[in-house]
Design a protein around this ligand. Structure first.
Ligand code: NI
Length: 172
């Protein structure tokens, strides 16, 4: 088992649409184990493969009864509205109140090749929608309203500059 570095806002891998998984093999099982370990270490409620640099349609989650992994997930239906203070491991230490559908119906495949069919609401539904966004290259900042996004981009721009200065030895 190994803990991955979680890719951070600004990393282009977070902006790609991840590809469907065709084969469940030993390498994929190891990836799932390592993603679960990385999620617990962070700690977070969910982690999508692109966040560890793997552009495949897979996420892991645990909102208290896990861990679970879902391969090639699809949201087939969503309903209602729910406001929740949402964060992301790729944008650490920040969160915003975001309205999204309250209920989702998600289908996918388990690591054992079994079909998954879940009706989720509230926190689990939010987790599914957030991780699905990662598989489509969409980050939480794109779900913010105009004022929230302006504030977010200002904070994130400064962070990126600070990181560049820290890495560049000329500034040491
Ligand atoms: Ni996230």
């Amino acid at each position: 088992m190994a803990i991955y570095n979680i890719r951070q806002f600004g990393d282009p891998v977070l902006r790609q649409r991840a590809r469907e998984i065709e084969n469940v093999d030993g390498a994929l099982r190891r990836l799932v184990d390592d993603m679960i370990e990385t999620m617990y270490d962070a700690p977070g409620l969910g982690l999508a493969a692109p966040q560890v640099g793997v552009e495949r349609r897979l996420f892991v989650y645990d909102i208290g009864d896990g861990p679970h992994a879902i391969i090639n997930p699809v949201i087939v239906e969503s309903r209602g509205e729910w406001n929740y203070d949402e964060g992301c491991l790729s944008i650490p230490d920040l969160s915003w109140n975001v309205v999204r559908p309250n209920e989702v119906h998600l289908r996918g495949v388990s690591i054992d090749g079994e079909e998954i069919d879940i009706e989720a609401d509230e926190l689990l539904a939010r987790c599914f929608q957030h991780e699905m966004d990662h598989l489509d290259g969409i980050l939480l900042v794109e779900r913010l309203d105009a004022d929230q996004r302006k504030e977010a981009m200002s904070i994130l721009r400064h962070r990126t500059l600070d990181a560049a200065v820290a890495i560049d030895p000329a500034h040491v």
